[in-house]
Design a protein around this ligand. Structure first.
Ligand SMILES: C[S@@+](CC[C@H](N)C(=O)[O-])C[C@H]1O[C@@H](n2cnc3c(N)ncnc32)[C@H](O)[C@@H]1O
Length: 365
């Protein structure tokens, strides 16, 4: 007897969802996706209408079960400004990350970003609750996840706090997975990693899979899959778009659109944590793009090629450098990017030694 509602429809949809997800895969995670009820972890989500307003969708609403057992990320929490603060990630991306984690029986796993608890439940199903530790910065989410996990039959170790600090009491971990976007691998997670540990984490607009090679050292490539995760919560700095408007204009031949698509991934490595915005005309066409970073640097460029920059760093100069390096029109292969971690530096190298490289901003301990 389940401690959660399950109808013929939800059970059938979940079976089809798991089978569709695991198609062409080795099937190791199929049973977990088929058994763990995502609807228990996502009793309600929000969709954004054409008017940009958010609307809740819950059990019993038209389309609820189809969305929960579909392959989409679902926004589950909004702040007072309507900005999403938690979500249940896209299931196919979750599966890709879980496969990349390469778990084996007996592995101890640390998860950064409990959110709804759904991924924690999948891990508990596969490895057993005693092997799983998960931390979220939001105590309300952690409390809700504990209740839902219990309903689904699991009691892993959950804690509220900054996941970038790990959870030393249960270390070392054989596998570390982050489900919030990072700008670098937090040093505490490396300290808490066991010998040969595997780390899978969203980094910029990609997913890194790194293996520990010695204490404080790890190396690995990005997965080919594009990804965009909510980043770690840190104090946000609002861009001073007015200040940039008064700057002396320059010109560029790089199209604003390249920032939004072709150069998006390398830009997320060159300018970790950057944010972008667009201006559109009445027909919805992009007329200008803005970029800013937490140090107060801002750049804006419009479709006529006029650029304005302000603040300590010339952000558009970084865009121009990337445009000169990455000339491929067909897109950039993420798995051509290698991450090398030492106790003092985290460096990304493109293709081979001698190719462009970037040092990630490693937080000090
Ligand atoms: C995409 S959601 C996680 C999805 C989750 N794994 C699931 O299955 O529902 C990202 C989560 O990261 C959390 N988060 C953000 N910053 C964090 C931090 N510094 N430490 C721990 N969790 C954090 C957010 O509160 C949010 O719940």
């Amino acid at each position: 007897m389940n401690a959660w509602p399950d109808t013929g429809t939800s059970a059938a949809l979940r079976q089809k969802y798991a089978t569709d997800l695991a198609l062409d895969r080795d099937g190791e995670w199929l049973q977990a996706f088929a058994d763990v009820p995502r609807h228990v972890f996502v009793p309600r989500f929000f969709t954004q209408g054409t008017d940009a307003a958010w609307h809740p969708v819950a059990w019993g609403d038209v389309g609820y079960l189809e969305a929960v057992y579909g392959d989409a990320a679902l926004t589950t929490q909004l702040d007072e400004h309507g900005i999403p603060t938690s979500s249940s990630s896209q299931p196919s991306v979750m599966l890709t990350m879980l496969e990349a984690l390469d778990v084996h029986d007996g592995n101890r796993v640390f998860e950064l970003g409990t959110g709804t608890g759904y991924n924690t439940a999948l891990l508990s199903h596969r490895l057993g609750e005693k092997r799983v530790t998960s931390v979220d910065v939001d105590p309300g989410l952690v409390a809700a996840a504990i209740g839902r996990l219990k309903q689904a039959g699991h009691s892993p170790t959950l804690a509220a706090g900054d996941g970038a600090l790990g959870y030393p009491r249960r270390a070392p971990y054989d596998r570390i997975i982050a489900t919030a976007g990072l700008h670098a691998i937090p040093p505490a997670l490396l300290e808490q990693a066991a010998e040969d540990a595997v780390i899978v984490a969203p980094l910029g607009y990609g997913i890194i899979r790194a293996q520990v090679t010695a204490p404080g050292h790890a190396t690995g490539r990005f997965l080919p899959t594009p990804a965009h995760f909510m980043t770690l919560r840190t104090p946000a700095t609002a861009p001073d778009l007015d200040a940039v408007r008064n700057e002396e204009p320059g010109t560029t031949s790089v199209a604003p659109h390249d920032v939004l698509e072709r150069l998006k991934f390398p830009l997320s490595l060159a300018l970790p944590g950057y944010t972008s915005c667009t201006w559109k005309d009445d027909q919805g066409q992009v007329t200008a793009v803005g970029l800013w970073t937490a140090d107060g640097s801002v750049a804006s460029v419009d479709t006529t090629g006029t650029v304005r920059q302000s603040g300590p760093r010339r952000l558009w100069d970084s865009v121009e450098e990337l445009a000169a390096t990455f000339t491929e029109a067909e897109g950039i292969a993420r798995d051509d990017f290698l991450l090398t971690i030492t106790p003092t530096r985290q460096t990304i190298t493109y293709r081979e030694t001698g190719g462009p490289s970037w040092h990630l901003p490693t937080p000090s301990r």
